[in-house]
Design a protein around this ligand. Sequence first.
Ligand code: SAH
Length: 218
Amino acid sequence: MIKYEDTYRHKGLRKKLIDLLREKGITDEEVLTAMNNIPRHFFLDSAFDEIAYEDRSFPISEGQTISHPYTVAYQTQLLQIKPYDKILEIGTGSIYQATVLAEMGAKIFTIERHKLLFEKTKEFIFKTKYPNLKFFYGDGFEGLPTYAPFDKVIITAAAPVIPPKLIEQLKIGGKMVIPVDEGEQQRMLRITKNEDGSISEEAFEQFSFVPMLTGKNG
Ligand code: SAH
């Protein structure tokens, strides 16, 4: 299968992308190593094979996108991943972000609201490599109460507000990284859940995500 070949050319392009992410300010070497280990072109249609290693977002199916590599690195760095962290991701999409987290040794529960995108996860080529990555079809606003609480929560779509149920499902001391809507652009926030259940917020750069939508589709 040509599509799943990771050639020296791909590896070289990937190395350059990692250098670019470092230049753009990503400092967490564990994040950069994980991204260097994952062939991003496997997550795109083969037509994009050559440019999979530019710092660009791309259309996947159903009008959705795979985030910019910089955005993936940025959100992952803010999460301060520790091996065995239990993480909830909202917005599986191409599975690239979830794979980066799984590569770092965390246990990932990822939810997708789009039925066709969820169905595609059944053919995920790294299924056996990452038994620590589990897929769910559902509405991310609801989270996964059965598997809660989580050490970390990452939202990879533009949230109109901080979803209260996701705060409930966060452990005390746990962190959530979430782009919150401010019109066309969203502010990246890192939320920490305090001992008394209240939350603290830190604000970071602005990004542009596809919207987080209510309910399931399909
Ligand atoms: N993490 C993805 C980014 C995909 S874009 C990646 O690495 O490719 C955002 C995704 O969030 C889309 O697939 C979209 O369908 C999904 N999404 C939007 N609202 C959602 C919701 N309420 N629950 C779950 N998924 C949602």
